[in-house]
Ligand binder design. Structure first.
Ligand code: NA7
Length: 536
């Protein structure tokens, strides 16, 4: 439905990734007037911005898509069991076109301030262009991993070559004659390192902390496999919805130490051959992240792989981490093999930190000057809260969302905050740590029902302070005893200087997350306050 006036809508959505596009679809179905603003020049969200070479999903193609379009599930073609960035972006365009959503989407539009007006019960949404739009509901679907983190590295501004963050990759590049330096070796840095080694003159990976990396196992899917998937799609979703990580694989109850060493190694090997770090971590044993001995065994097996694959013993030494195997698992095909190439170098920043930047590279503490034409920051994101900062969200009583989250990034169910009427931050702090797409669908479904209930009762809707506090404490409780807590990282906001350490996700698993959401619905939207709108 078109807007009531050119700047007046029932709902404004910000962001055209998995969350925003589904939210748009759902609200369009209800007959409400909706507009979606997207800062990028195309749909895709995270997958629009992160178009660096090698960008690939680490959730299998079969379940890295919407579950609600049954016809599309069985007909949309995909070649391999994992999806590359261009394939995912093509999927977004396909969905948007198929469901005639593009007419509601404005790309290349940045929201710079969003303020709730208590008198009109409307959000005033200001754009960079100077225009202001109004809506009853505001849904920020800006993605948890959106705000790029570029660390302060003293003297780096002396470098005069090309510089990029991976999430702001140039649409065209040619590095055939270029020497590239990559800072950062998480999921992004690993994929980029492998891909650029094949298309650049030389690649230097500057690694501060090494993490053990598992093959992704990307391979073509045969027609017979696809036919089987299509025949069993209902079972696949059913299994996924009743699992913890929602990756589509069966999550066993077997404890790592309950089987013989021989059997344990056999299963680790099988998982390595099959590929995928989430499968390696959660698909063979149930206690890799909760039992120290199990974690050690998983880690030792991967260290053996590094030893077996990487030829240079000094490189092996630099690649072996000291701590537990307990960060967001990283999947990357060909990672360790890449260190055997002639055109790559590894610099351990713990052993030889940056000493002096020059216009053509950097000298490290061992006196070596690393000549660079291009410097890439694969240094990650200000997870969960950072994405929302630039929207400058101001709720009831003039409180900003940034202030609300300053000490403890809190939410009810990962998307609702007390004091922020008619506002939903999809994938906000404390959403579930799972395959992103199915849990986004759960959030969007509930948000849509909340909006419909508020419409029917002519009310505003927001989380109660008690509900927000309860969910936040629950999320903090789930961390206790989890190996992730021993290492930290962006799941805790540790990567951002000055950010207070807090768990930023619900680690209770997808099934439990769904049960919580279902319970809220069954109890008449328990934890949400609907206040009748009084016309002033
Ligand atoms: P990550 O996983 O946050 O990785 C960032 C990397 O950047 C990591 O290796 C960091 O090392 C490194 N880093 C950060 N700051 C510095 C400085 N100052 N010096 C050297 N190295 C630094 O981000 P990704 O983009 O790889 O992945 C994020 C998620 O996006 C991923 O999990 C997927 O879900 C998609 P550190 O470990 O902090 O020592």
């Amino acid at each position: 439905m078109a807007g009531k006036s050119s700047h007046e809508y029932d709902a404004i959505i910000v962001g055209a990734g998995f969350a925003g596009v589904y939210q748009l679809y759902k609200l369009c179905q209800t007959g409400l007037s909706v507009i979606l603003f997207e800062a990028g020049e195309d749909v895709g969200g995270t997958w629009y911005w992160n178009c660096y070479p090698g960008a690939t999903s680490d959730v299998q193609s079969v379940v890295y898509r919407y579950s609600w379009d049954k016809e599309d599930l069985v007909s949309y073609p995909w070649k391999n069991n994992y999806l590359t960035q261009p394939e995912i972006q093509a999927y977004f365009n396909h969905i948007v076109n198929k469901h005639d959503l593009r007419k509601h989407i404005r790309c290349g539009v940045k929201v710079v301030e969003s303020r709730f007006d208590e008198t009109s019960y409307k959000w005033q949404v200001k754009l960079e262009s100077g225009q202001t739009f109004h809506s009853r509901y505001l849904i920020a679907a800006v993605g948890g991993l959106h705000k790029a983190f570029i660390p302060h590295i003293p003297g780096v501004e002396e470098f005069k070559g090309e510089t990029y963050h991976t999430s702001n990759w140039p649409r065209r590049h040619d590095f055939r004659e270029k020497r590239v330096g990559i800072i950062g070796s998480g999921s992004t840095g690993a994929q980029l390192f492998v891909a650029l080694s094949k298309e650049s003159k030389h690649v230097t990976t500057f690694i501060r902390s090494t993490q053990l990396i598992v093959t992704n196992g990307n391979r073509p899917v045969t027609e017979a496999e696809r036919a089987h998937i299509n025949d069993t799609y209902d079972e696949i979703w059913e299994r996924l919805r009743n699992s913890k990580k929602a990756f589509g694989f069966v999550e066993p109850d077997t404890l790592a130490m309950s089987v013989s060493e021989h059997e344990r190694r056999r299963l680790f090997q099988e998982a390595w051959d099959r590929g995928n770090a989430f499968y390696y971590t959660f698909g063979i044993f149930s206690d890799i992240t909760s039992n120290v001995e199990a974690n050690q065994a998983a880690s030792d097996f991967l260290k053996e792989k590094v030893n077996a694959i990487v030829k240079n013993p000094d490189t092996v030494r630099k690649l072996l981490p000291a701590g537990p195997y307990a960060r967001r698992p990283i999947s990357c095909d060909g990672y360790y093999e890449t260190f055997n190439r002639e055109n790559v170098s590894l610099v351990s920043l713990k052993e030889t930190p940056f000493k002096q930047w020059t216009s053509t590279g950097v000298t490290t503490a061992d006196g070596v000057h690393h000549d660079l034409d291009v410097l890439v920051f694969a240094t990650g994101f200000d997870f969960a809260t950072g994405s929302f900062e630039d929207l400058s969200i101001i709720g009831s009583l003039g409180r900003t969302l940034n202030d609300h989250w300053a000490d403890v990034p809190s939410s009810y169910l990962g998307f609702a905050m007390a004091g922020f009427s008619n506002f939903f931050a999809l994938n906000g702090p404390l959403h579930a740590f799972t395959n992103a797409v199915p849990q986004i669908e759960e959030q969007v479904d509930l948000v849509t029902d909340l909006i419909l209930n508020a419409e029917a009762s002519e009310s505003t809707v927001e989380a109660t302070p008690a509900a927000e506090q309860w969910w936040t404490e629950l999320c903090h409780d789930f961390v206790k005893g989890n190996s992730f807590d021993r290492v930290g990282g962006w799941l805790f906001g540790d990567n951002i200087p000055g950010k207070k350490r807090n768990i930023l996700m619900f680690l209770g698993g997808f099934k439990k997350y769904r049960e919580h959401l279902a319970g809220v619905r069954e109890q008449g939207f328990e934890g949400f306050d609907f206040k009748t709108r009084v016309t002033k």
